[in-house]
Design a protein around this ligand. Structure first.
Ligand code: SAH
Length: 369
């Protein structure tokens, strides 16, 4: 469940964004405006199952209630600003928040599976040296409404019958730096009267905030956990991911070992391959040693180049060799094929670009209510 209930109508009388309220919070809000809790269930369904963007379309609510909602509440959907389509079917969305920040979300088809990568923050505070989002600096946390609405806006560009099957918090930002709103968004996304994702279909990816991993593990609806490991020794990881100075590899792996997962689930380790830096033979053997005994799999991600970082993607033979070395050491390894190479695939690249440089395939700028 989401964190403590907050008073919904604030003292200044500002309208409440209903999109970010979990179901119990929505019930509390509806009570405050003198309505029956049943109205909360109707509202929740409109917002989180049907993706409503206006109260006026909520046809099973009385006219009087719709007017009351207009004066006490808002729905604040994101605006779909740009959709880029890659030749491999990957689609990248640039979405605008109400206060004009650009965030990204990516749809990655794989047979029947359709995975959506969602953002948890505007920019990021972590400063990983290989990441395009890091160059934007930190803007602000997204609220739960803005997190879940990425899913509802993405649905609007899908062909009919196509369904988003998996969600990964691997877009912009560090989800565990925005714990309260990410937790609230998980409760909303897993609610069976809304989008109804199973906890097995949602993965939270972290650069390694140890206290956040511990907190996530205590949630009743624990999602899958992915760790962006990206290096096999502390010297390299300190350089690539400054957060490692606070929680080095050993502390991180201890937290991962303590993360509760049932029998059928494994932790994912993401490992970005940077030419000459993380792709050496000794990295493969150190990595295999570090992960020995852990119920896990490794996703190798050849670095997605972007102009703001001094790295190179390793040549194909090197990527193959690294993968084989890990496999020979007994680790389940998956190579993340570079997707969306022909669009701004690296995380943060699209959001940080000027709109004029893009060719919008399907842009719909919403008129704000
Ligand atoms: N902060 C979270 C989620 C965002 S990054 C985390 O660190 O896990 C999502 C993944 O993309 C991470 O595994 C990160 O290492 C990887 N990544 C970031 N920039 C990349 C790039 N340019 N090429 C390949 N992978 C990248």
């Amino acid at each position: 469940m989401a964190a403590a209930l907050e008073p919904s109508i604030d003292a200044a009388g500002a309208r409440v964004s209903l999109r970010r309220l979990s179901r119990p919070e929505l019930i509390a809000f509806v009570r405050e405006i003198g309505e029956s809790p049943f109205r909360a269930h109707q509202l929740f369904r409109w917002i989180h199952l049907l993706g409503a963007t206006h109260f006026s379309g909520m046809t099973d609510l009385s006219k009087g209630l719709r007017v009351k909602l207009e004066t006490t509440a808002t729905l604040e959907p994101l605006a779909v600003d740009v959709v880029q389509q890659s030749l491999d079917g990957t689609r990248k969305l640039r979405l605008l928040t109400r206060d004009g920040h650009a965030i990204e979300s990516v749809l990655i088809p794989d047979g029947e599976k359709l995975t959506q990568c969602i953002s948890s923050q505007v920019g990021c505070a972590l400063d990983c040296t290989f990441c395009a989002t890091a160059t934007m600096g930190f803007g602000r946390n997204l609220d739960a409404g803005e997190i879940v609405d990425q899913v509802y806006r993405a649905r609007t560009i899908l062909p009919s019958g196509r369904r988003i099957t998996n969600l990964v918090f691997m877009g912009m930002g560090e989800p565990l730096h925005n714990f309260v709103e990410v937790e609230r968004s998980l409760a909303i996304l897993m609610d069976d009267t809304g989008a109804n994702f199973s906890c097995r279909k949602i993965t939270v990816s972290t650069a390694g905030l140890v206290p956040g991993i511990e907190k996530l593990g205590r949630l009743p609806m624990g999602p899958n956990l992915a760790i962006s490991l990206n290096a096999s020794d502390d010297v390299t990881r300190d350089m690539l991911m400054p957060i490692n100075k606070k929680w080095p590899i050993r502390a991180l792996l201890d937290a991962v070992r303590a993360y509760p997962l049932d029998r059928r689930r494994r932790v994912t380790f993401e490992y970005v391959l940077l030419d000459g830096i993380t792709d050496r033979d000794e990295d493969a053997s150190r990595l295999a040693k570090l992960l020995r005994g852990l119920k896990c799999k490794v996703n190798i991600i050849p670095w997605n180049p972007h102009p703001l970082a001094p790295y190179r993607r390793p040549p194909a033979e090197r990527i193959d060799r690294f993968q084989n070395l890990l496999r020979d050491a007994g680790l389940p390894v998956y190579l993340r094929r570079p997707r969306g190479d022909d669009i701004d695939a690296a995380c943060g690249q699209l959001a940080s670009r000027g709109a004029e440089a893009l060719v919008p395939l399907r842009a719909s700028r919403r008129t704000r209510p």
